[in-house]
Design a protein around this ligand. Structure first.
Ligand code: AHG
Ligand code: MN
Ligand code: MN
Length: 316
């Protein structure tokens, strides 16, 4: 499964500086160094904050703390001129000379805190100012706080998707676990959010086929990063689809969909909003939500055909 000889200790910083420009490699390495503080705080911040974010979602204490922690730490790198966060009403503009703009979902899957299930952090890194499509991403990173803490990153453009595992306190932060990850050719698992009673008929038909025709196993953990990781390692499909009540779905283009689409497509998978790659969705609204489908190419192609057929049928 893992193609890294165990005597080879490749740190995140070493790996990034081998493939990327010095400033981007430094930022990625610094992000990796931030994780220990975040995990150490988790046991102390389990209450519900009495605030809501701009999406009207009740914030957990950890949402607010993690957001503040990462904003401070990213600014301290001196490499970030603006931060857009799911938990900030407007972007944190710091200085216009630093090279990078960062989007972040500081805590993805925060509903899992109270049940001790996995959750994580998603970063998108741009050189250009926003709004911009996912094609302008220069790097996408997610951290998954599970039984082990892993960090996955890609810079796109064929440089591959690489997974690192956090080491014991005091040792090298992240060591390479899995290099050039590629989705298995045949999908094994699928996870789908939203209320099935609200799915469109064509989506319901496609979803039934995941069981009947493709024999996939249902895996849904309630945190996008956790469900995404299952598909990245085992192949299959993750979706948070649009529904009659929520025609734009639930997940956010800039904070969740675009960075994760870069990773999925770089690992040989596909992403879609139902008709085009999520990397090509061009929405000026930084808080826009999108229908989200990601996984093996053959499954995404089948899904897009099913949606198209349904739309054509309704137009007759
Ligand atoms: P966040 O905690 O950043 O708001 O993200 C939660 C998202 C995503 O992580 C997950 O896939 C989805 O919400 C789960 O939604 P449901 O609870 O409706 O299943
Ligand atoms: Mn999220
Ligand atoms: Mn979040």
């Amino acid at each position: 499964m893992f193609n890294v000889p165990d005597n080879l200790e490749i740190t995140l910083g070493k790996h990034a500086s081998k493939h990327l420009s010095a400033d981007l490699a430094t930022l990625i390495s610094r992000i990796g160094q931030m994780t220990p503080n975040v995990k150490a705080e988790f046991p102390k911040r389990l209450k519900v904050a009495r605030t809501t974010n701009k999406f009207g979602e009740v914030q957990k204490e950890l949402d607010a703390w993690t957001n503040g922690f990462f904003v401070d730490a990213l600014i301290k790198t001196g490499l970030v001129r603006a931060i857009y966060s799911e938990e900030l009403d407007k972007p944190y503009i710091y200085n216009d000379s630093a090279p990078f703009v960062v989007t972040m979902d500081p805590l993805d899957g925060s509903s899992n805190i109270s049940t001790n299930n996995v959750f994580g952090t998603i970063f998108g890194i741009y050189r250009e100012d926003l709004p911009a499509t996912g094609r302008k991403l220069v790097c996408a990173i997610y951290e998954l706080y599970g039984p082990i803490t892993t960090l996955v990153y890609t810079a796109g453009n064929g440089m591959g998707v690489h997974e690192f595992v956090k080491q014991r306190e005091g040792e090298q932060q992240y060591l390479l676990l899995h290099e050039n990850m590629k989705l298995p050719a045949k999908g094994e698992v699928f996870g789908i959010g939203a209320d099935p009673m609200e799915w469109s008929n064509e989506f319901m038909g496609f979803a039934k086929g995941l069981f009947k025709k493709h024999r996939l196993k249902a895996r849904y953990c309630g945190a996008f990063v956790g469900d995404f990781s299952q598909v990245l390692h085992r192949g299959g499909l993750f979706s948070y689809p649009c529904t009659k009540k929520s025609p734009n779905g639930k997940l956010r283009l800039y904070f969740e969909a675009a960075p994760m689409a870069l990773i999925m497509e770089e690992a040989g998978g596909a992403s879609s909003n139902g008709s085009i790659s999520l990397l090509d969705v061009d929405l000026p609204d930084i808080d826009a939500r999108v229908p989200l489908y990601m996984g093996n190419k053959y499954l995404i192609e089948e899904l897009e055909a099913a949606i198209k057929k349904g739309q054509t049928y309704r137009q007759q």
